[in-house]
Design a protein around this ligand. Structure first.
Ligand SMILES: [Zn+2]
Ligand SMILES: [Zn+2]
Length: 127
């Protein structure tokens, strides 16, 4: 090997490039900000029939309802609106005979409420 062999040897040259790439990648990983949990707004309905509050709760992906109702503390589940009679009911697996997406009154399928729905009475963020 001569003094200039590291510059002319293609294998060593490629190795140096690869090292530089790895070093840059490691640096990039270190300066990258830690991943923050993205919060999504969901419309929830209180499961307590005497309360029945419909509200918006924001929580990170991965967290699962029920969450406590801000009014009475009862568990609240994602709110669905029946496509048949417009009844709003919580998405809750409480029966083996019907899908949790089906209205408990008429059995018609329900669709999730949007956070801007007029039935929503309160917006809040999950701490
Ligand atoms: Zn409630
Ligand atoms: Zn219904």
């Amino acid at each position: 090997m001569t003094k200039r062999s590291w510059k002319t040897n293609p294998f060593i040259g490629a190795g140096l490039v690869a090292l530089a790439v790895v070093a840059a990648w490691l640096t990039y990983r270190e300066v990258k900000p830690p991943r923050r949990a993205v919060e999504y707004a969901h419309v929830l309905k209180c499961d307590n029939p005497d309360c029945g509050k419909v509200f918006v709760e924001s929580y990170p992906e991965g967290q699962k309802p029920p969450f406590p109702c801000p009014s009475c503390g009862s568990p609240a589940y994602p709110a669905l609106r029946c496509l048949g009679n417009g009844h709003i009911f919580p998405l809750k697996k409480d029966s083996l005979s019907r899908s949790p997406y089906d209205c408990p009154i008429c059995g018609t399928r329900g669709v999730p409420l949007e956070p801007g729905d007029p039935a929503v009475t309160e917006q809040r963020a999950n701490p």
